[in-house]
Design a protein around this ligand. Structure first.
Ligand SMILES: [Zn+2]
Length: 282
């Protein structure tokens, strides 16, 4: 790894600072044969997403960054992890989105730790949905998030990494928007899957009473996208009654959650049945 040791942090060439907790987690993931590469992906003047010149294994990353479907998803994220199988050893690219710097600066540890979590889940050989470009891409992403976040939350707690405060702060910022904004256009399928996955995390990741803003958050979601309610309830019930740390059950959960999210985005959730006829195209 590049960089200069300075007390307990290492400054990488791309100026991403890793805390001691992150450095030790990175080493553990790498001991499983997976190289972890951390970089800030920036947008260039032509609107392309580019990784710094000196990003290790950049040749494996560039095709992802050039993919339109991936780019449109990445634009909405502060950070992501791309897992690339490769001869000679898999690589987990943990990317911060430079275009959204103002929304993550100062809370890099929680953000990077979350993405390290996704890399760790892969290194531990849990099954994961395959990213397929096209209309199902975002459904696959949110499916994997839902099942993997169960494992990641547990691991972050074990490692003493505070992910809750920045997570809940982000959700709290979204509440006033959902209380007042017009719902996203009906053909924005990914918006429904995204919000459903976010709410599932809230329901699975917080004990009753742990978040005072919860009632206001849930009321805001119900107002903003009432059609996600039954899907969220079904997914939560499914995940709660299965053990995500069991690889066979995890694999089944990926299939089940994928189908439930697909039903939601293609208007087959319970909420659509009551007024299905007026939704049909002429
Ligand atoms: Zn995630």
């Amino acid at each position: 790894m590049r960089g200069t040791a300075r007390d307990n942090v290492v400054v990488l060439a791309a100026a991403v600072v890793l805390s001691a907790a992150l450095l030790s987690w990175k080493a553990e993931i790498e001991s499983k044969g997976v190289t972890v590469v951390v970089a800030v992906a920036e947008q260039d003047s032509a609107g392309r997403v580019v990784a710094p010149e000196d990003t290790p294994r950049r040749e494996l990353l560039d095709p992802w960054l050039a993919n339109d479907e991936f780019r449109s998803q990445f634009a909405l994220m502060n950070a992501t992890m791309i897992y690339q199988r490769a001869p000679g050893g898999d690589v987990a690219f943990v990317l911060l989105n430079g275009a959204r710097r103002s929304s993550w600066e100062g809370r890099e540890e929680a953000l990077l730790a979350h993405e390290f979590g996704h890399a760790w889940v892969q290194a531990e050989k849990y099954p994961s949905p395959v990213f397929v470009p096209g209309p199902h891409a975002c459904i696959a992403i949110h499916t994997g998030d839902i099942t993997q976040h169960v494992l990641i939350r547990k691991e972050l707690e074990k490692r003493g990494i505070d992910y809750r405060r920045p997570w809940l702060e982000g959700l709290e910022r979204a509440i006033p928007v959902m209380e007042t904004a017009a719902p996203p256009p009906e053909d924005d399928r990914c918006a429904r899957a995204r919000l459903a996955a976010e709410w599932v995390d809230v329901k699975l990741g917080l004990e009753p009473g742990a978040w005072p803003a919860l009632p206001r958050y849930e009321a805001a979601v119900r107002r903003y996208m009432p059609e996600v309610v039954s899907t969220v309830e079904r997914i939560v019930e499914y995940v709660r009654s299965h053990d995500m740390s069991d690889r066979a059950q995890h694999r089944q959960a990926l299939q089940a959650v994928f189908e439930m999210l697909k039903d939601l985005v293609y208007y087959r959730a319970k909420e659509y049945r009551a007024y299905g006829t007026i939704k049909q195209e002429p």
